[in-house]
Design a protein around this ligand. Sequence first.
Ligand code: ADP
Ligand code: AMP
Length: 212
Amino acid sequence: MKVALFGPPGAGKGTQARYIVESYKIPQISTGDLLRAQVREGTDLGKMAKEYMDKGALVPNEVVIGMMKERISRDDCRKGFILDGFPRALSQAEALSRIVGLDAVVNITVDTSALIRRITGRRMCGCGATYHVDLNPPGQIGICDRCGGSLYQREDDSEATVKSRLEVYHTQTEPLVEYYRMKGLLKDVDGNRSIEEISSDIVDILAHIEGQ
Ligand code: ADP
Ligand code: AMP
């Protein structure tokens, strides 16, 4: 199963990817997570990427494509993978098509007003778990219930940066919706609903694809 989760920042791609990882036992590949790991480790790539990420801009294509190529070539991707946050530009989609073919692109659509709230209220744990101040009871939001780690807010989840990220999504990433629709790969999912309702739709889509 080779699937890309598509949608604007805050649509719930990472949240839904976790459900698919558990059901299908295939890895989630998030370019955002890979880049943040480089930033944390203080590598040259991380230092360079941070300048773009802090502004809400896309990290240069050649960097991200190189990172993806390397990740997809690893053994754990043999049975498939879930892409989260890649591709984000036409040149990335074209590069991906030269490496591997996707079975489906799940497009999670969410109203812009809800996206801003989802992003500014997001809290992260170093173990990869994601929370939201509106979904998790007050008092519990400081601590991760998976690993007990302290939660933090991503630097680029501030309201000012969110607006740039949404702009970048509309200009550079959203055109891929038509690109994948034309290829017959796009599956739209209404993301303005509960995590469970969205997940149930995605499970149905993937089951249908697997049965084909
Ligand atoms: P993305 O990976 O697309 O940027 P996330 O999965 O990190 O988005 O979700 C963004 C924020 O919205 C997180 O805080 C998450 O807990 C919350 N969230 C995810 N799905 C939903 C949903 N269906 N309804 C409300 N909040 C959600
Ligand atoms: P995300 O975690 O998906 O919200 O991504 C966080 C940031 O990482 C983005 O705002 C970009 O700066 C960078 N990034 C993630 N994925 C990509 C990609 N496919 N291409 C370019 N930049 C990316």
